[in-house]
Ligand binder design. Structure first.
Ligand SMILES: NC(=O)c1ccc[n+]([C@@H]2O[C@H](COP(=O)([O-])OP(=O)(O)OC[C@H]3O[C@@H](n4cnc5c(N)ncnc54)[C@H](O)[C@@H]3O)[C@@H](O)[C@H]2O)c1
Length: 430
C-alpha cells in the first residue's frame, strides 16, 4: 500500500466570456473543450436563450459544435451575476465607430462596469475587443478596479487581440497564435499561462499597448494593401494593362511580396473600422494625421462608387442608360461564404445605382432580406434565370454556392469584381 497522499485535483477554471458573437462564442466553446467551466454572457437575451436551446446564430459554429459545448458544461446567460464566480473573464464585445467616426467604447465601458461591480479579488480580466492603444489601461482597468481592486495584486488585467477570421476553416482559436500583453509583467504571465491551456502558441507582448497596436498594425496593413490594388486597378485599365495578371506574376516571387487583389471595397467589422481607431487616437493625442490610413480610407470608400461607374460604362457600351436598366447584384455580404452584411460595400454601390434610376435586384444564398440606402432591395430566388434576364450582372462575392460556369453559360452580361471569371465574350472585369 502506498503511503503517498492523493491530493484532490484542482477545481476547473471558471471562465466567463462576455459577448457571444463571432468572436466570443467560438472562444467560449474552445475553452469548454479543455475542461474549463465556461459561461457565455451576453446582454442580448434572445442570443443567450437561443444558445441555451442549442441554436447558433454564428455561421462558423454549427449545431453539433454547440451541442458538444453544452454537453461539456458550456452555458449561456444574460445574468451578470455569473461574473462573481469567475476566475477569468474575457471581454469580446463590439467596438464600432461612433456617429462622428470616432471610437464607440460604450460596450467595453459597460462590460467593465459589470465586471467591476461583481468580480472577486484574484480574477484575471482580459479585453479582446479591437481598440486603440491605451484603452485597456485608461478605459477598461479603471472601471474594473474602481476603488476596490489594484491592478497586478488584487486583479490581473491584460489585452489579447482577437484574430478570428470568419469563414476561415484552416485557422481557428486553437491554431492561431495569440498575442497577450498585460498591464504589469505578472498580468502578462498570468494571461499567457491561461491561454496556453487551449491555444497552441501564445506570444507575450511587452505590454497591453503593444498588444493593442499589434492588432491595429495587422488590420491597417490589410487596409493599405487593399487600397493599393484598388487604386492601381483604375489606371491599369486605362493603360490597357491586366492588373490581375500582373498580380499573379508578382505572386510567384517567393519572398518580400504578398498578393492582394482588387474588389468592390472593404467591409466587415474590422478592416474599415479598426484603422480609424488608430488615426483618431493619433490625431486626438498628437494633433497630426496618420496619412496612410486616411488615404486608404479614401481609396477604399471610393471603390463601390468606382464599380457604379463601371456599371454605367458597361451599360453605355451597349447603348443602355443606367436609368431603367436592370442590374442584378450577386453576393452582397462583405466576404464570401459569411452571412455578415456589416459595412458591406454592396450597400453604397446599390444606393448609388438606385439614386441613378437603375432597377436593382440581388441574390445572396446567405441573406434573406436586404436594404440599401434606406430602401428594401428585391431579392431573386434563382440567380441563373435572373442573370439571363438582367441588363447587367455584377458579381460582388463569389460564394462557394455559385456555379460560375452556369452563370457564364446563362449568356448574361457580367461584370466580375473579384477576378474569378475568364474575361471575354460577355464577361468583363473591374
Ligand atoms: N468578427 C470578426 O471577424 C472579428 C475579428 C477580430 C476581432 N473582432 C473584434 O472583436 C470584438 C467583437 O466582435 P464580434 O464580431 O464578435 O461582435 P458581435 O456583434 O458578433 O458580437 C458581440 C456580442 O456582444 C454583445 N454585447 C454587447 N454589449 C455587451 C456587454 N456590455 N456585455 C456583454 N455582451 C455584450 C452583443 O449582444 C453581441 O452578441 C470587436 O471589437 C471586433 O472588432 C471581430
Amino acid at each position: 500500500m502506498s503511503s503517498e497522499r492523493v491530493l484532490p485535483s484542482d477545481p476547473p477554471t471558471r471562465l466567463v466570456v462576455m459577448g457571444q458573437g463571432y468572436v466570443g462564442l467560438p472562444m467560449a466553446l474552445r475553452a469548454a473543450e479543455t475542461g474549463m467551466t465556461v459561461t457565455g454572457f451576453d446582454t442580448n437575451t434572445s442570443v443567450t436563450a437561443a444558445l441555451q436551446a442549442g441554436e447558433s446564430h454564428i455561421g462558423d459554429v454549427g449545431p453539433d459544435q454547440l451541442a458538444a459545448g453544452l454537453a461539456n458544461g458550456y452555458r449561456a446567460t444574460s445574468d451578470p451575476d455569473c461574473l462573481a464566480e469567475a476566475d477569468v473573464v474575457l471581454v469580446c464585445v463590439p467596438t464600432p465607430l461612433g456617429p462622428g467616426g470616432g471610437p464607440d467604447l460604450g460596450a467595453v465601458e459597460s462590460a467593465a462596469d459589470l465586471i467591476g461591480a461583481r468580480v472577486r479579488p484574484g480574477t484575471l480580466c482580459v479585453l479582446e475587443s479591437t481598440t486603440y492603444p491605451g484603452t485597456t489601461e485608461e478605459v477598461f482597468a479603471p472601471r474594473v478596479c474602481g476603488d476596490r481592486l489594484v491592478v497586478g495584486s488584487s486583479v490581473h488585467i491584460a489585452f489579447s487581440p482577437e484574430r478570428i477570421n470568419p469563414g476561415q476553416t484552416e485557422y481557428g482559436v486553437r491554431n492561431t497564435p495569440k498575442v497577450v500583453g498585460g498591464l504589469t509583467p505578472e498580468c502578462t504571465s498570468r494571461a499567457t499561462e491561461f491561454y496556453r491551456r487551449f491555444v497552441d502558441q501564445v506570444v507575450s507582448a511587452k505590454g497591453a499597448k503593444e498588444a493593442e497596436m499589434a492588432k491595429l498594425l495587422e488590420n491597417t496593413f490589410r487596409h493599405v494593401n487593399i487600397a493599393l490594388v484598388n487604386e492601381m486597378v483604375r489606371f491599369s485599365r486605362e493603360l490597357d494593362i491586366d492588373l490581375w495578371d500582373a498580380i499573379d506574376c508578382a505572386e510567384t516571387k517567393p519572398f518580400g511580396f504578398m498578393a492582394f487583389r482588387p474588389g468592390p471595397g472593404v467591409g466587415g467589422h474590422c478592416i474599415p473600422v479598426d484603422p480609424s481607431y488608430l488615426s483618431h487616437r493619433v490625431r486626438a493625442l498628437l494633433g497630426y494625421s496618420f496619412r496612410m490610413v486616411e488615404l486608404a480610407e479614401e481609396v477604399n470608400h471610393a471603390a463601390p462608387l468606382y464599380v457604379a461607374q463601371r456599371v454605367a460604362d458597361e451599360l453605355n457600351r451597349r447603348a443602355l442608360p443606367v436609368r431603367g436598366s436592370h442590374v442584378l447584384l450577386l453576393g452582397v455580404t462583405y466576404k464570401p461564404d459569411v452571412a455578415d452584411l456589416r459595412e458591406t460595400p454592396a450597400a453604397p454601390l446599390a444606393a448609388r445605382l438606385i439614386q441613378q434610376g437603375a432597377r436593382i435586384t440581388y441574390h445572396d444564398p446567405l441573406v434573406t432580406g436586404w436594404t440599401a440606402g434606406g430602401a428594401a432591395v428585391e431579392s431573386v430566388p434563382d440567380p441563373y434565370a435572373a442573370a439571363a434576364g438582367a441588363d447587367l450582372v455584377v458579381l460582388l462575392q463569389a460564394h462557394a454556392a455559385y456555379d460560375l460556369g452556369r452563370l457564364v453559360a446563362s449568356g448574361a452580361q457580367l461584370l466580375d469584381t473579384r477576378g474569378v471569371l475568364d474575361v471575354g465574350g460577355t464577361v468583363t472585369r473591374l
